[in-house]
Ligand binder design. Structure first.
Ligand code: OAD
Length: 238
């Protein structure tokens, strides 16, 4: 661990592993989502054009499921870090659930979109959405029946990349939590951060695909290793 007094700007990248202990399926573990559903059937623009009912039903089920789950100790610890950390901090999440926010974190950026927003492809607005889209409801803004899940599909550009790269350029510490390192551009953030001089730390159940790129790694369940790390950071900084 670097000397904490030298750390001011922190960027955290979170993935499905941080929500696993809340009961939300990860993508690539045994029995994970991408073992039960083919990406090409449910998570590409081509799939949506070919079989919109299948895609909308899949996301309607996921949207309903996340609303029955609760943030866990790892989300709560990051919310505490967000509230108490005096320097810059950004939680870049690949997750489309809202558990970081429900834990109380404010500095959160959803690079892969959010289940609880519907995107109108007619007027390009996003509306809060907790219900279903399968029945093709009208857009609350323009009335067109052109809503889709506001989730980034394979082949689409993740959101707010300029803001993310700007934060990585300024980061003193980059921490990756609960992500397999299988999907770019997120999987490349560790190298961007290192090139810019940040210390890099992986917190994951097991070594990720990109574990060799991190200067430091701690392995175990997020509900244990994330609160322990947050305690360490906040007590070293005080
Ligand atoms: P993955 O399912 O690929 O990886 C989850 C990671 O979390 C794995 O490395 C697990 O070892 C780890 N993990 C599992 N349980 C854990 C626990 N209790 N504590 C800590 N770590 C745990 O999920 P992501 O890396 O988030 O994109 O996947 C990245 C993207 O691929 C997703 O955002 C999604 C998916 O396709 C889109 O849908 C655009």
């Amino acid at each position: 661990m670097p000397v904490m007094k030298d750390i001011r700007n922190i960027v955290i990248l979170s993935g499905a592993g941080i929500s696993a202990e809340s009961g939300i399926d990860t993508f690539r573990s045994e029995g994970g989502l991408w073992e039960r559903h083919r990406v090409e059937d449910v998570a590409t623009p081509e799939a949506f054009a070919r079989d919109p009912d299948l895609v909308l039903r899949f996301y309607d089920m996921r949207r309903a499921a996340i609303q029955t789950k609760e943030p866990n100790a790892a989300h709560l610890a990051l919310a505490r870090l967000d509230a108490e950390w005096p320097g810059e901090l950004l939680i870049v999440t690949q997750n489309v659930d809202d558990l970081h926010e429900r834990a109380g974190a404010e500095r959160v950026l959803h690079m892969h979109g959010e289940h609880l927003l519907a995107w109108c492809t007619a007027c390009d607005t996003r509306s809060p959405w907790t219900g279903t889209l399968i029945e093709r409801p009208p857009c609350p803004v323009c009335g067109e029946r052109a809503l889709r899940p506001d989730v980034v599909w394979f082949g689409e550009m993740p959101y707010r990349m300029d803001e993310i790269y700007a934060a990585l350029r300024e980061a003193d510490l980059f921490v990756s939590i609960g992500t397999s390192g299988a999907v770019y551009p997120a999987a490349g953030f560790v190298r961007n951060a290192r090139e810019m001089g940040a210390h890099t730390l992986e917190l994951n159940l097991e070594p990720s695909k990109g574990t060799r790129w991190f200067e430091e790694a701690r392995h175990g369940p997020a509900t244990q290793i994330v609160p322990a790390w947050v305690d360490e950071v906040l007590s070293a900084a005080s």
